[in-house]
Design a protein around this ligand. Sequence first.
Ligand SMILES: [Zn+2]
Ligand SMILES: [Zn+2]
Length: 246
Amino acid sequence: MGVLNNIWNGFLGLVYPEVEGCLYCEVDELVTDEVQLCEDCLSRINYITDNYCEKCGRLIIDEEECKNCEEYNYQFNKARAVATYNQALSDYIYDMKYQGRQALAKPLGQILGIYGLEFYKREDLDVIIPVPLAKEKLKTRGFNQAYLLAREVSKKLDLPINDQVLKRAVNTVSQSKLSPLKRKENVSNIFYCEPEYVKEIKGKYVLLIDDIYTTGATVNECSKVLLRAGARDVSVLTLATGEQGQ
Ligand SMILES: [Zn+2]
Ligand SMILES: [Zn+2]
């Protein structure tokens, strides 16, 4: 049943049933057609609207310079996130990834799309690329949450997704369990571009999508690989980010 179960879950992850109302708490009333979450669930998200680092998108509090940008030589053009990683957003993301509630990728991706339009000009971008999962992990989880989010962003921005070109070679230890330095080592050299698809990103402006931005190590590695393969520029959009200095 194992394999079949995973395929079935994968299928559900990609084609979830149409449900009306809030996809998190399941109350009926929505405040907008654009996001399928109720007012209460939307209001628990700690949106980033100002005081963020122009380069990495982290919230900056009581600091002049962003310490993370001082430490890292980020290869992406800039990164932006919808919100800080507070309890509510971490609950939504956790349920989407680990509690079989892939349908939550719809409202979360819708919010990501709205932010995408806020932060970036659609005409400055060519293609959306989700941060990939390793094959093994994709098999066990059945879906890539970054892909599900990217799909909603793609609808909102009317841009194509390319989930063929960027690949993750090995399954690494989860970044959340590691110190900042270890995170950098952990993802170094694990991403690569599929030679046969490289032509699809040559000279292109890429929007890279992931669920959580912590130190930026993962998206930075992806950016390096894409730029090396000939992408013109990489910008990043994630749901959650940390506060500066975390
Ligand atoms: Zn709700
Ligand atoms: Zn920064």
